[in-house]
Design a protein around this ligand. Structure first.
Ligand code: ATP
Ligand code: MG
Length: 409
């Protein structure tokens, strides 16, 4: 990407109503545009971050045998009426709209009902099970408080996975595979060391569900952890009974804030029963299908990661999801010509600041945008046949020979 050719611009200041650090930096650095509270457009850089997050999730889910599909945003009320959730407050308040032919439709806040309903057309025999399907999809929720930037949207991107099984054992085994896949995903996203599987309420036939909580001072959740963080509990289940269950009575716990980046649930028959999703077993008996559901907040992750690693100069992206690897700055005529050569053929990994601007301004923008490595080629560095590299995270800088730069970078 050439900064001289893109329409995006960095901003000195974020809009006054954007109080969250992640939202403010993402807007200022040109990653997103704010449409209204909790509703953001992804600009080219932001979209690349979202796509990188998706790619990591997709690779890990495909590894455990999941299939990707895409369900609709417009929702037929019927399946939701069967589960009682079309009028229910359990789902964050629906956005609903009217069809020209009459009758209401909803904008999907989640997809348990439609995917269960859809599977009625494809699952009829034990031979059809298990099924594991996921999607990346825009959800709509009329959230009361949308003040956390990308971390709480009214329109947001979720990865949702649904699994369908014959037996509880098969569901349990797959659930454990998803736990492992989630660990690998958060590891690859650069937040493995600060993200913990957490006991939470909301279990259907198990006592708990599990959340994946990233420790973060501005996170909206409160969690409790013991010294080695092997037991982490959401505040909602932090009580004597649960501590006893987990063999943690008498242990010391500390409180911290965290952001929920994912969660996993064993649903059992919660939706297959009201929606009558059944299969015929070997003995010709009809049985209900066991279900599980597994979410990850894709756009929330962009906000959480921005928030977690940003410093007072701007964003700091982990290598694995940065929109480009190198932020290339050419200074002076010769410097610019050499930078131009370096850019050619590396367009997919280099953001090239080829604008006619003062070096100071280019450096400040590089820090704001937060790409892993800054490369400066100037008339001065060319005098000793080098380029200057700066690591955004550590601030360390060093020189490399031009030959080495062209060969290794
Ligand atoms: P929360 O308690 O934060 O409202 P939730 O329990 O409503 O989350 P789910 O409905 O299970 O969340 O959604 C799955 C995942 O989607 C969550 O783990 C979270 O990462 C993400 N998510 C939920 N609501 C939002 C939102 N309003 N904006 C962005 N991401 C969200
Ligand atoms: Mg919610």
């Amino acid at each position: 990407m050439r900064l001289s050719k893109t329409f995006i611009k960095t901003l000195r200041e974020a809009p006054k109503d954007e109080t969250a650090k992640n939202g403010a930096y993402l807007i200022r650095a040109g990653y997103v545009h704010k449409e209204m509270a909790g509703v953001y457009d992804y600009l080219p850089l932001g979209l690349r971050v979202i796509d990188n997050i998706k790619t990591i999730i997709r690779e890990e889910l495909n590894k455990i045998g999941c299939e990707e599909l895409s369900l609709t945003t417009l929702q037929n009320p019927e399946p939701w009426e069967k589960s009682g959730r079309f009028e229910d407050q359990e789902v964050d308040i629906w956005f609903k709209t009217e069809l020209s032919s009459g009758g209401l439709v909803g904008l999907a806040p989640t997809h348990e009902e439609p995917v269960t309903n859809l599977m009625r057309s494809y699952i009829s025999s034990y031979k059809d099970l298990p099924v594991k399907v996921y999607q990346f999809q825009t959800k709509f929720r009329n959230e009361l408080r949308a003040k956390s930037g990308l971390m709480r949207g009214r329109e947001f991107l979720m990865k949702d996975l649904y699994s369908f099984h014959r037996t509880e054992e098969d569901l349990d085994a797959f659930y454990a595979e998803v736990e492992e896949a989630y660990r690998r995903i958060f590891e690859r996203l650069g937040i493995g060391e600060v993200t913990f599987e957490t006991f939470a309420s909301g279990g259907i036939f198990t006592k708990y569900s599990h959340e994946f909580q990233t420790f973060l001072p501005v996170g909206e959740d409160t969690v409790y952890y013991n010294h080695d963080k092997s037991v982490v509990l959401n505040k909602e289940v932090y009580n004597d009974e649960v501590l006893k269950d987990l063999g943690a009575t008498g242990e010391k716990f500390e409180e911290t804030n965290a952001a929920e980046v994912g969660n996993i649930f064993k649903l059992k028959f919660k939706y297959s029963e009201p929606l009558e999703l059944k299969y015929i077993d070997e003995n010709n008996e009809q049985e209900l299908v066991y279900m599980g559901c597994y979410g990850i907040g894709v756009s929330r992750l962009m906000g959480v990661i921005a928030e977690k690693f940003a410093d007072d100069k701007g964003l700091v992206w982990p290598d694995t999801i940065a929109p480009y690897k190198y932020h290339l700055i050419g200074i002076g005529d010769k410097g610019m010509a050499e930078a131009e050569k370096f850019y050619t053929g590396r367009e997919d990994v280099v953001l090239f600041d080829d604008r006619d601007k003062r070096p100071g301004e280019k450096f400040a923008d590089a820090e704001l945008m937060g790409l892993p490595l800054r490369i400066v080629i100037s008339d001065r560095t060319l005098a000793d046949n080098t380029a200057e590299i700066t690591d955004r995270k550590t601030g360390k800088n060093w020189s490399v020979n031009l030959e080495e730069l062209f060969e290794k970078f």
